[in-house]
Write a protein that binds this ligand. Structure first.
Ligand code: AMP
Ligand code: GLY
Length: 430
């Protein structure tokens, strides 16, 4: 099979790495990819993965490329092309593609849609209100004592959520989003949720329009600094499994979320083939869904795919074909930890083009994979080109060993200004 993967982050490097291991794959492209993706090759044919200079949101460019190369399957990583309807576009043009179609992607592209869906189908979530007008929003925020999550309805590069602890902050957040339009048109409508406390985990389930196959638990670390301080980021590290739910509890939680999710999709005429990723807060009362994403988490994917034992191409194929019901997901009993190395200053402004040292040594280590995110090639040198630069991932018999192994590799990799958290997986280790 010939495969095209769309995206350029650490998630896409992990997708490419795992897909390239399948004996079904003879040739692969990635649009636009990164310097690490460019170093991968298909295991069967030993053919380098070819990065092509077409952006993940350039739908006409991607369609033209796919029409020329005729991949047997296109795999879409990021949320934006899904929300823009890349799946529908490719399908209309007779191309096989994996990912949520536009209607299914609404779970992520509209928080108001998700919130209404959760309430209608009885999925446990935070108390909330949806508003298109600031006065009513302020009144609702006051009823919550100002302890809220104020969310722009639309996609805002993962940044459209402001957490507030008092009414003055909540009113400021409402004004910034609705009046100041800090997230642009995404903030025309907002969802306000009550502020929930507890341990936050990531769930993922692969769907084929009829069934949803649950992944093990993972946990991301969204804040920039140790002890969950600093600004929200795309994710500074992840690990799997988490100790916060037993296997039996996980099955119960999944039932509370996925059964009504699938029933709701059927009733609303949503053909969900792709991955659903609910962000869940384990509150002291019960687990509650904070939000849905309609794509793989980043950096959760890096830890999941280093534990997945199935042929990944066969799983995505079954997700597209509607035949997942006959398949069993197999996971390694090993634990996996991914530590993100970011550019100094991220998630604020940061410099690019810093040479990265130590990658070759790291590549020779067993049970370690350094996934690239914001990297580029400058001649013979690999340099930084984004906020999140690398996802240093290690797997071992337990979390403690995986954490030590990941940090041992982080210490070997150097670039000017490198910033990473030192407490990835620490909460799980007590
Ligand atoms: P979202 O994009 O909706 O997941 O929000 C981004 C982050 O904000 C989440 O990962 C949580 O850490 C936090 N968050 C979102 N909603 C809430 C909430 N209702 N209560 C507390 N924290 C929240
Ligand atoms: N892990 C956070 C995200 O992918 O949104």
């Amino acid at each position: 099979m010939k495969l095209l993967v769309i995206g350029s982050g650490g998630r896409e490097h992990a997708l490419v790495w795992k897909l390239a291991q399948s004996p079904h794959v003879t040739r692969m492209w990635c649009a636009p990819g990164n310097a690490g993706i460019q170093q991968e090759q298909t295991e069967k044919t030993k053919r380098p993965v070819e990065c092509v200079n077409v952006g993940a949101e350039d739908l006409p460019g991607l369609l033209a490329f796919a029409q020329e190369k005729k991949p047997d399957l296109t795999v879409v990583g990021p949320d934006n092309p899904l929300a823009l309807g890349i799946v529908d576009l490719f399908q209309r043009n007779g191309l096989r593609v994996w990912g949520a179609n536009r209607k299914a992607a609404q779970f992520e592209s509209s928080k108001a849609f998700s919130q209404r869906f959760m309430e209608k189908y009885g999925i446990p979530t935070a108390r909330s209100g949806t508003f298109s007008e600031p006065a009513a929003a302020r009144k609702f925020a006051a009823s919550l004592g100002g302890r809220c999550a104020v969310k722009a309805d639309g996609l805002a590069l993962g940044k459209g959520v402001l957490l507030t602890t008092n009414l003055a902050e909540a009113e400021k957040a409402i004004d910034e989003i609705m009046v100041g339009k800090v997230f642009g048109a995404a903030g025309t409508k907002i969802v306000i949720q009550e502020f929930l406390e507890g341990m936050e985990i990531s769930l993922h389930a692969l769907c084929d329009g009829k069934v949803a196959k649950l992944f093990p638990t993972a946990q991301d670390h969204k804040r920039a600094l140790d002890n969950n301080e600093g600004l929200n980021t795309g994710g500074m590290g992840a690990y799997s499994p988490t100790p916060f739910l037993t296997d039996a509890q996980l099955v119960d939680v999944a039932k509370m979320i996925l059964d009504p999710f699938l029933r709701g999709c059927t009733e609303e005429g949503i053909d969900f083939r792709g991955i659903i990723y609910p962000g869940v807060m384990l509150t002291k009362d019960e687990p509650k869904v904070l939000e849905f994403n309609a794509r793989f988490g980043d950096p959760e994917t890096q830890v999941y795919l280093t534990r997945l034992e199935n042929d990944f191409v066969e799983l995505l194929d079954a997700s597209v074909n509607g035949t997942l019901g006959t398949m069993e997901l197999k996971w390694s009993p090993l634990a996996s930890v991914c530590v993100v190395m970011a550019s100094g200053g991220y998630p604020g402004s940061y410099a690019k083009g810093k040479p990265i040292h130590g990658l070759d040594g790291a590549a020779r280590l067993p049970n370690v994979k350094v996934f690239h995110a914001g990297t580029a090639r400058a001649g013979e040198q690999i340099v930084t080109s984004g906020g999140r630069v690398l996802g240093v991932t290690a797997w071992a018999k337990d979390l403690q060993a995986a954490q030590s192994a990941a940090y041992a590799v982080v210490e070997r990799i150097k670039f000017e200004g490198a910033h990473f958290r030192r407490d990835i997986a620490a909460k799980a280790l007590g």
